[in-house]
Write a protein of this length. Sequence first.
Length: 133
Amino acid sequence: MADSPFDFGTGTSSDIEVLISAFGAATRGRVTDERLAPVRDYSVILFSTFTDKWFSGSRRVKTARPDQDGAFSIVGLPPGDYWIVAVDRLDSPVSGATVPPDPALLESLSSRALRVTLGEGQSQDLTLRLIRR
């Protein structure tokens, strides 16, 4: 429910249970080029495999930029299935931010992205191959 608006209406309800978890999923890793050489200038896009989750402010569409060591990290993700891809450029990469997704871009990248499944509190280390746009 956290990913979609819900109108509780007026009055009170005792039929609602709220569960909050501090165990968000994470992914981190590095990026290589076609010769398997490390790349230090790139953007990573992680997005849900479900297109209905591609909306502005979605917790399931995030970007990351490399740190000073060339590694990326995306944390605080809800459990689920994701596509993840490293690209040589992104028009407005803001590390860790939710981004207003361009569905056409995400759709075009999904066929070249790596699919990952993240469980609650799980972290995956990845090596991604750079895609030149």
